[in-house]
Design a protein around this ligand. Structure first.
Ligand SMILES: [Zn+2]
Length: 132
C-alpha cells in the first residue's frame, strides 16, 4: 500500500466489518475509484475477510447428515428400552401378542386341515361326555 492517506486503511476495516456509515462507505469507494493502491489493498482485505468468515462458519461435511442418521438407530433402541422400563405391563402384553398370534395362526391351520370325518367326530363326542 503506497497511498499515504492512512484514513482509508481504517475506513476499509470499518466497511468490511459493517460498521461504516453510508457517508464513510461513499468516501472510501470514491477514493478507491481514483487510487489503484487502495483499490488493490481493499480487494485483498475483502478476500481475506471472506476466507476468515468461511473458516468461522465452516460448511458441514457431506458425511455429516449420514453420520447423524447412522447414530439414530442406537438412540431409538435406547428410547425403546426406557419406554419398556416405564410401561412394563404394556411391554409384556406386546411381547405376549407375538407368540399368541402365532398360536392362533397354528390353530387356524389345524382347523382348516382336511379331517377324517369318522374318527374326529367320535373322539370329540367321547371327550365331552367324560367331562360331565
Ligand atoms: Zn489510496
Amino acid at each position: 500500500m503506497t497511498c499515504l492517506n492512512k484514513r482509508y486503511a481504517s475506513l476499509m476495516n470499518k466497511v468490511l466489518d459493517g460498521d461504516a456509515t453510508v457517508k464513510e462507505r461513499n468516501e472510501l469507494f470514491a477514493h478507491l475509484a481514483t487510487c489503484d493502491s487502495c483499490d488493490r489493498h481493499f480487494k485483498e482485505l475483502k478476500r481475506s475477510t471472506e476466507i476468515l468468515n468461511h473458516l468461522a462458519h465452516p460448511q458441514l461435511s457431506a458425511d455429516f447428515t449420514k453420520n447423524v442418521l447412522e447414530q439414530l438407530p442406537a438412540e431409538k433402541q435406547h428410547v425403546l428400552r426406557e419406554w419398556t422400563a416405564r410401561h412394563p405391563v404394556i411391554a409384556t402384553a406386546a411381547i405376549c401378542v407375538v407368540p399368541m398370534s402365532l398360536l392362533f395362526v397354528a390353530a387356524g391351520r389345524q382347523n382348516s386341515m382336511p379331517k377324517r370325518h369318522g374318527e374326529d367326530s367320535y373322539i370329540l363326542v367321547n371327550q365331552t361326555g367324560s367331562r360331565n
